[in-house]
Design a protein around this ligand. Structure first.
Ligand code: ASP
Ligand code: MG
Length: 467
């Protein structure tokens, strides 16, 4: 039984042109697969607006969050106004949009009423997950209007997570049970479930979210739990690129990548995919494709296990912001590492998975990255947290903290080909390198933010000239 999961991002569902593409893609693929499942993100920018609304509610700024709700309502209604929907479908959808936004307003109101108390994190996740619920209903209605059996499904009943609100991790076993009970019977009836990305709930039924960009993660978890043959991420760029095309115009699409390479890329800043989505797919060897919704004829990027054994080559360069800590002394690094880990956990709910450190008898250096799923403010919040905690450490006053950029070069067998390593270092001639770490398919270099653009360009030239 061939099963395909397709996830559509915020730009695909946020505009009529994107939705038209989505529809023709579904009409085409429904003939080719036995079971088809869709995962949708909120309309582009909607999650940011919802986060802002939750924030204003906590400050009891009633006018502020009401204004956001009004804008969101207008935006969603305008979108469906432009879609070719029948009167019945359209008015049912309008009622759904009003009901969801009304409930969300209610949640904001109660946060505002209790603003002197610590906000319940599940209330915030309930607010910021409304975008996906709105989008799923719009997409399902559009499918039904075109004689496809689309049904909107809230993943709160399906994706069961831990209770790290804002950055939760699904429990695959419990999720699989829910899927077998709720989703499999629908698929047998040839229904196309349109499932909300990004959201889940704890075993106790409290709403959670999977971190920024979490709809990819939803698609991957569903793929694993339903034994999908492939998972496709439809986005608004041509695939996974050699570097960020908005910064370097010569960036090109990478046709194939291994799971390990793509995981490193996502972890080290390529915002195209949620970093934690790769692990489950890799374990079950489910192929992943990243494709452009506006160019469905192009193949995009394929991630699978065959790519694990390909020839040595540099494939991509990416960058992510991090924090560096430096002290003019030697000695053990673990107290500072523990401090950083605690601060990070408090702010983002994740532990430090990657830390680049170096040490000599007279110098200590530690640098860490903040996962993109932790959201835009995480870096700043961690900095504030660390500033408070550093003085509690013996020798804490000796450490200085500064923003750092981690540039990561991804490639096949980067570790075994010294020529590749040498060429990277030569390309960075004249740029101060603060730290370095090597993985099997990656080399990360810590540089000052002011030299990052030049470093990326110079390494990218190597990437497109094949090392
Ligand atoms: N809408 C959510 C976000 O903006 C999830 C996603 O887009 O994948 O982070
Ligand atoms: Mg995304």
């Amino acid at each position: 039984m061939d099963t395909l999961i397709m996830k559509f991002g915020g730009t695909s569902v946020g505009m009529t042109t994107g939705l038209t593409q989505l529809l023709s893609i579904v009409i085409y693929e429904v003939e080719r697969w036995d079971r088809l499942l869709l995962v949708v993100s909120a309309l582009e920018g909607v999650t940011d607006a919802l986060i802002e609304a939750a924030h204003l509610a906590q400050l009891a700024n009633r006018r502020g969050y009401r204004r956001i709700v009004t804008t969101l309502r207008t935006r969603h209604l305008a979108l469906i106004e432009n879609l070719p929907l029948g009167t019945v479908e359209r008015s049912a959808l309008q009622a759904d949009i009003d009901r969801l936004l009304f409930d969300m307003l209610d949640l904001c109101q109660s946060l505002a009423d209790h603003h002197d108390q610590q906000a319940k994190p599940e209330a915030i996740d309930a607010i910021i997950g409304v975008g996906e619920r709105l989008a799923a209903r719009i997409v399902a209605a559009l499918l039904r209007q075109n004689n496809l059996r689309g049904v909107a499904i809230d993943a709160t009943d399906l994706i069961i997570t831990d209770n790290v609100y804002g950055n939760a991790t699904p429990n695959l076993e419990l999720t699989r049970e829910r899927i077998t009970t709720h989703l499999t019977p629908m698929l047998e009836r040839k229904i196309i479930p349109v499932i909300t990305g990004f959201i889940g709930s704890t075993v106790a039924g409290k709403p959670t979210t999977l971190g920024r960009g979490g709809s990819d993660y939803t698609a991957s978890v569903l793929g694993v739990c339903i034994d999908a043959d492939e998972v496709w991420i439809w986005t608004d760029v041509d695939g996974i690129m050699t570097t960020d095309p908005r910064e370097v115009s010569t960036a090109t699409v990478i046709p194939t990548l291994s799971y390990e390479e793509v995981a490193e890329l996502a972890y080290f800043g390529a915002r195209i995919l949620h970093a934690r989505m790769i692990g489950p797919l890799r374990e079950r060897q489910i192929p992943l494709r990243v494709r452009n919704v506006f160019k469905p004829q192009a193949t995009g990027t394929l991630v699978n296990e065959q790519a694990e054994n390909s020839k040595p080559a540099l494939k991509a360069v990416t960058s992510i912001q991090g924090l560096g800590l430096m002290a003019p002394r030697g000695g053990p690094l673990h107290p500072i590492a523990a401090l950083v880990d605690e601060a990070l956990f408090k702010v983002s709910g994740t532990h430090t998975e990657v830390m680049i450190s170096s040490q000599s008898s007279s110098h200590s250096f530690v640098c860490f990255v903040i996962s993109t799923s932790a959201g835009h403010d995480a870096l700043h919040n961690i900095q504030v947290e660390l500033e408070e905690r550093l003085p509690t450490l013996p020798d804490g006053d000796q450490w200085t903290m500064f923003p750092a950029t981690i540039i990561t070069v991804i490639g096949t067998q980067v570790d075994s080909l010294h020529r590749l390593l040498a060429s990277i270092l030569t390309a960075l001639d004249g740029i101060r390198i603060l730290g370095m770490a090597q993985g099997r398919c990656s080399l990360s270099l810590v540089v000052e933010p002011r030299s990052s653009e030049r470093a990326i360009r110079q390494i990218h030239d190597l990437v497109i000239n094949n090392g």
